[in-house]
Design a protein around this ligand. Structure first.
Ligand SMILES: [Cu+2]
Length: 146
């Protein structure tokens, strides 16, 4: 059937299909990200949850508590976590934190919210076996009213 179409039309259809597939991938990716805060397992089977104190977050010092579990629900010790907090606007300096200190799979690390607004926290965990688990968490930081 494609053979009977003019060349430009068939390549146009191919390109449209490609765009649709790409769009589908992006939408799926976003949907997956939005579930991360609930600590659901992703494709890799690993579970990473993030808790922030104080909660709700406000400008100033904070503590991130990250829990790592494998596909069996067992806690993962000995991982190295690299965290990056960023906002979507231009000129923002990202906040960086690292830790490899954990207690039964629970990692805590201090961090300072430098600005009120919507933040994205990217966490890259390098597991003892060399596997890497990456998650993103979105949260909103309030201005400090204390
Ligand atoms: Cu900012």
């Amino acid at each position: 059937m494609l053979k009977t179409m003019p060349r430009s039309l068939s390549s146009g259809l191919l390109f449209t299909s490609f765009l649709l597939i790409l769009l589908g991938a992006i939408v799926t990716g976003c949907a997956r990200t939005s579930h991360q805060s609930g600590g659901l397992a992703s494709d890799d089977g690993m579970q990473m949850t993030l808790a922030v104190t104080p909660d709700p977050p406000a400008v100033g010092e904070a503590t991130l508590t990250i829990t790592l579990r494998d596909a069996n629900g067992d806690t993962i010790e000995g991982a190295n976590l690299a965290m990056k907090g960023d906002m979507s606007h231009a000129g923002m300096t990202a906040v960086i934190a690292n830790t490899s200190q954990s207690n039964q799979g629970v990692y805590t690390v201090p961090l300072t919210w430098t600005m009120a607004g919507d933040w994205t926290i990217s966490i890259v965990a390098t597991l003892p076996d060399g596997n890497i688990v990456t998650r993103r968490f979105d949260l909103t930081v309030a201005s400090d009213m204390r």
